[in-house]
Design a protein around this ligand. Structure first.
Ligand SMILES: [Cu+2]
Length: 484
């Protein structure tokens, strides 16, 4: 056995010797590890193992068929729907908690990358473009594809490549950068190059059945409740960061010493912000939750948001573990009414469901009571390092009178999504059984360019512009109602 643990990793030996460009060449602060693959001190490894790897030409030749590619022209003429999915591979600086930033690698300037949504049987036509000024090559391994084909290798700066496949299996599937000829895949993925494809079942989603009991004439009996297949949907992707001075640190990954746990790219990204403080406590500075690290309006797209649902509403969560650690998926105060993987029901009425790395599920549930529900990775190290997100169901804070008094709404609403919107990074594209979100606000680990484009589209609530305008009326309403 090779013992990788507790060794010092230095730049002595490159597993797959494929360096494309050096960081110093571009004056970048990215590490060589991120850009061209990792170099590990293998001096402790048995010599014959090193020779074996060399003889095989590195990892590159071990997995020649890892990437599906087929004839886009032929697939386009089969009568199937062709869905184009265009991605750009770019390295950018993005914020992390505590006012710091890190050297991220992204698909299209956001972490996670854009969500692809298709129907089972559609042809996906994926094009990955690497800009001229990008510091390294990138690839894309889409787990929704399953064609043994030639190769979809990494793409150099200034180049673009397309491949096609039929999305044959329904479910949630990750896609991720495959590094530079597979080298550095861990560095690229754990620096942010991942996303999901949702493949809707060709015959649609199933109705949800929830077992309850009722009492009549003193007798308790089964009372099954059925919910239509249409649901309010969210995406939740779990991952870790392994950083030293803002750069990916392979030695931390190898020893599973993550420095942050993220949901949709951010630690504690779905916790209350200043608007919630104002609405609930009458004071923008009056924090009322145990962690509120992203609460300034100046944080714009990074300002934390909450996820709002109605009571009695069918909610569907698309969950992917993009990371390197297990996810013990749990929602405090809720029971997961149904767990589906690969369009097959795996469990029902379960408290927690385990996802290994690169594993996914669809969770169906109904929030019966008004309240705040904390979604966690029920590994305490993960919770304390960022894997916590809040759902708010109904109107648990009795805010309807305040919002009406402030003139923001005319009649009571069934969830705060009608006023504040749901966070864009947690809302998937619309599918065949989607309930439309009442409004969507701009929230996520996006570059400023991506956020500006979203704001300019007019499709999203720009809360950092709206909140200052309504703060005065809300303050007056709170006073009028005697709440401050
Ligand atoms: Cu990459």
């Amino acid at each position: 056995m090779i013992d990788f643990m507790n060794k010092r990793y230095t730049m002595l030996f490159t597993i797959a010797a494929v360096a494309v460009m050096g960081a110093t060449l571009f004056g970048s602060t990215y590490t060589q590890t991120q850009i061209s693959g990792q170099s590990i001190d293998m001096s402790q490894m048995k010599h014959d193992m090193m020779d074996k790897i060399r003889d095989m030409g590195g990892l590159q030749l071990v997995m020649p068929q890892a990437f599906a590619e087929t004839d886009c022209g032929a697939l386009a003429d089969t009568g199937r729907t062709v869905v184009e999915f265009n991605l750009t591979g770019t390295s950018v600086s993005l914020p992390i908690m505590g006012g710091e930033s890190y050297n991220a690698m992204t698909f299209s300037g956001q972490v996670p990358g854009p969500t692809l949504r298709v129907t089972q049987g559609d042809v996906v036509k994926m094009t990955l473009t690497i800009p001229d000024d990008e510091i390294t090559a990138h690839g894309n391994d889409m787990h929704a594809s399953q064609i043994s084909a030639l190769e979809f290798d990494s793409i150099n700066p200034g180049e673009s490549k397309t491949f096609c496949y039929i999305a044959e299996s329904a479910g949630v599937f990750k896609y991720h950068c495959s590094g530079v000829h597979l080298a550095g895949m861990d560095a690229h993925v754990l620096s942010g190059m991942y996303g999901i494809a949702i493949v809707d079942p060709i015959n649609g989603y199933k109705k949800l059945m929830v077992e309850k009991t009722s009492i009549s004439s003193g007798k308790v009996s089964m009372d099954r409740q059925f919910y239509d297949a249409d649901a309010l949907e969210f995406t939740l992707q779990f991952n870790q960061l392994y950083l030293t001075d803002g750069n990916y640190d392979m030695s931390k990954m190898m020893s599973h010493q993550n420095t942050a746990t993220v949901i949709n790219g951010m630690q504690f990204g779905y916790t209350p912000n200043m608007a919630h403080n104002l609405l609930i406590k009458g004071d923008v500075d009056a924090d009322f939750f145990v962690v509120q690290p992203w609460k300034g309006l100046e944080l714009k797209q990074y300002q934390s948001q909450l996820m709002y649902v109605e009571n009695g509403q069918h909610v569907r969560l698309f969950v992917e573990n993009q990371g390197n650690e297990p996810v013990f998926f749990h929602i405090v105060g809720e029971i997961l009414d149904r767990v589906v993987q690969g369009n097959r029901v795996q469990s029902a009425a379960t408290e927690t469901w385990l996802l290994g790395g690169s594993q996914n599920m669809i969770v169906d549930l109904v929030f019966d009571e008004p309240g705040v529900y904390a979604l966690v990775n029920h590994d305490y190290a993960a919770i304390y390092s960022g894997a916590l997100a809040l759902f708010v169901a109904g109107d648990p804070f009795d805010l309807n009178p305040v919002l009406i008094e402030a003139g923001i709404i005319q009649t009571p609403v069934t969830s705060y999504a009608y006023v504040l919107g749901n966070p864009s990074d947690a809302v998937p594209p619309v599918g065949m059984n989607s309930i439309a979100h009442p409004a969507i606000n701009i929230h996520g680990l996006y570059t400023d360019d991506v956020a500006s484009e979203m704001a300019a589209s007019g499709d999203y609530a720009v809360l950092w512009d709206i909140i200052p305008q309504v703060a005065g009326p809300i303050t007056d309403a709170l006073k009028a109602l005697g709440r401050t």
